[in-house]
Design a protein around this ligand. Structure first.
Ligand code: NAD
Length: 292
C-alpha cells in the first residue's frame, strides 16, 4: 500500500495558466519588481526562478540588484520610489538579505497593495481577520496559498477536517494556519516547544509540515490515510558525494499516509506560481483603482 503522490507541477501549471489568462485582460502587463542585495547564492537563484516564471506567465519583471553594502536609507528610498511608481504593481524583497538590514522594517515599507509576498502587517492582519481562502481579496503569502491550491487540485477535503500545521514561522506555519482556518478546517499549530508532537500530528486528516527539520515526521506520527504536505527542503548527502533534496517527512510515511507531496516536485513549484498570480491580483486592483 502506498500513498497517492501529489505532484506539484500540474497544480502549479493551473495557477500559472490562471495568472496569464487574467494578465492578458489588463490594459498594462502586470509588472513585478524584485529587490535583492548582496551575493547570497540562494537569493540569486530564487530571483532567476521568479523572473523565468514571470516570463512564462506573460508578466514583466525587473530586478534591482544592490551591493552587499547597501544602507537602510538607500533601500527605503528605492522602496518609496517603487511604491509611487504606477507602472510597478508588485514589489518583492528577496530574502536572505545581508545581515545588517532589518527585514521586518523593509517589509513594512512596501505599499500593502504591492506586497505580493503578503508579509506586510496589514495583509497579515487581514488574513487573520477575514478568512484565508485563496479567493479572499487580499495578498497572502505564496507558499500557504500554493498548498491550499494543491489540496484543492487533488480534491482533498479540508472543510470540517482536522488540520495540523507543524511550524509557526511568519512565512509558512502561521499563514498556513490562517489559510486552512479560512478554508474551514479545524486547525492546530505545533512547534518546537510542543510536547508529544506525535500525539498532535496523529490527530491530523491534513498534515502540513514546515519545521525545517529533515525527516522529522516519521510513519508512527501520521494517522493512516492522512494527507501529508511536506514543505521542508533540505540538501543532504546521498550516494557518493552527491547532495540530494529531501523534506521534513520521512519517505516511509508513504506507507501510512493516504496522500503525500514529494520533495522535490511537491510544494516548491507552487510557491513561485502563486507569486505570479498574486502579482496579477495586485495589478488588477491597482489598475481598477486608477480607472475609478
Ligand atoms: P523556520 O525555521 O522559520 O521555522 C520552522 C518552524 O518549525 C518554527 O516555528 C519551529 O518552532 C518549528 N520547529 C522546528 N523544529 C521543530 C520540531 N522538532 N518540532 C516541532 N516544530 C519544530 O522555517 P520556515 O521558513 O517556516 O521553513 C520551513 C521549511 O520549509 C524549511 O525547510 C524551508 O526550506 C522550507 N520552505 C519551503 C518553501 C517552498 O516553497 N517549498 C517555502 C518556504 C520554506
Amino acid at each position: 500500500m502506498g500513498a497517492r503522490i501529489l505532484a506539484g507541477a500540474p497544480a502549479a501549471q493551473a495557477i500559472l495558466a490562471q495568472a496569464s489568462q487574467r494578465a492578458v485582460k489588463l490594459p498594462d502587463r502586470p509588472h513585478l519588481v524584485l529587490v535583492r542585495a548582496g551575493t547570497d547564492p540562494a537569493s540569486l537563484s530564487y530571483v532567476r526562478g521568479k523572473q523565468r516564471h514571470a516570463d512564462i506567465a506573460g508578466l514583466r519583471s525587473t530586478v534591482h540588484a544592490l551591493p552587499e553594502s547597501v544602507t537602510l536609507p538607500e533601500l527605503l528610498a528605492l522602496i518609496a520610489t517603487l511604491n509611487a511608481d504606477r507602472d510597478v504593481h508588485g514589489i518583492l524583497i528577496q530574502l536572505p538579505l545581508p545581515a545588517h538590514l532589518p527585514v521586518a522594517l523593509l517589509q513594512e515599507a512596501v505599499d500593502p497593495r504591492k506586497d505580493v509576498d503578503g508579509f506586510h502587517p496589514l495583509n497579515v492582519g487581514r488574513l487573520w481577520t477575514g478568512g484565508g481562502g485563496s479567493d479572499h481579496p487580499l495578498l497572502a503569502p505564496c507558499t500557504p496559498l500554493g498548498v491550499l491550491a494543491l489540496l484543492r487540485h487533488y480534491e482533498i477535503p479540508v472543510a470540517g477536517r482536522r488540520a495540523v500545521v507543524v511550524g509557526r514561522s511568519d512565512i509558512v506555519g502561521r499563514p498556513m494556519a490562517a489559510v486552512l482556518l479560512g478554508a474551514d478546517a479545524t486547525v492546530t499549530v505545533a512547534h518546537r516547544q510542543t510536547s508529544d508532537l506525535g500525539a498532535v500530528t496523529r490527530e491530523a486528516d491534513v498534515l502540513v509540515v514546515a519545521a525545517g527539520q529533515p525527516w522529522l515526521m516519521t510513519p508512527d506520527m501520521v494517522r493512516p490515510g492522512a494527507a501529508v504536505v511536506d514543505v521542508g527542503i533540505h540538501r543532504i548527502p546521498g550516494d557518493g558525494h552527491q547532495l540530494h533534496l529531501t523534506g521534513d517527512v520521512h519517505p516511509e510515511v508513504a506507507n501510512v499516509a493516504g496522500a503525500l507531496t514529494p520533495v522535490p516536485g511537491g510544494v516548491g513549484p507552487l510557491t513561485v506560481a502563486q507569486l505570479m498570480l498574486n502579482t496579477v491580483i495586485a495589478a488588477e486592483r491597482q489598475i481598477d483603482w486608477r480607472a475609478v
